[in-house]
Design a protein around this ligand. Sequence first.
Ligand SMILES: [Zn+2]
Length: 242
Amino acid sequence: MSHVIPVFANFLDVPPVQKWQQKSVQTPKIEEKKLPWLKDRTISAALSELDNISFSEKDLMYLKNMGVNPPFKNGAEVIDFIKKSNVRIRFAKTSSKHIHAQYDYEKNTIYINDLYKNSQDFPVILAIAEAILHEAGHAKDNDSDSSVQEELDFLGMNAVAHRAFLKKYGDIFSESDELIVKDGVIVYSELFFDPDPDKEKLVERMKKKYGYLPDGDYLHPPSKLAKKIKYTDFSQLTTAEN
Ligand SMILES: [Zn+2]
């Protein structure tokens, strides 16, 4: 994973905010035409970025070999789904600063933590795009529950999307102090593409955050990796951190 950063950092000759300001003047907001309810400038910018991102075939194959199956194959597919399924997206208070986004099944609405409302910080906008991508996965399932495998499928997709943004914009994330960036999108990209074949760090993190969920469900049958996350007893491992 680390090899991506120095290569693409070379292309980053404008600071992120400046880049975003340029974009906001020049790029028409196509999704406003597609989604008439959309008025929020930050969400609009995030959806524009999502609309234009494609995932690497190689990255998707890598996930497949791990037993991880993303529900969308590129960003435009997500925008089409949001439109077709009438999903709404807005900022709202979440119960913690660590909950960056949530999908409300009853209201068919994705909430983004209102800490980031009106943000024009480009890394944050990309992170919101990734959060929307993840929650759109939950919306596509059309059920109110989750599982370890379901989260693996969506977080793996997040990792691939994050790598696509790195490839497109260079490493504009590592300097960010925003939680949605440094405790969100960066983490899973590194964990899923960790060269460790056993993915021990991914297993630990997933166990800590999602170990209470069932290993799989009807729409997301559990892979070997999901079972490892669900059933590994970390009290036995000396490498486990807190
Ligand atoms: Zn989730």
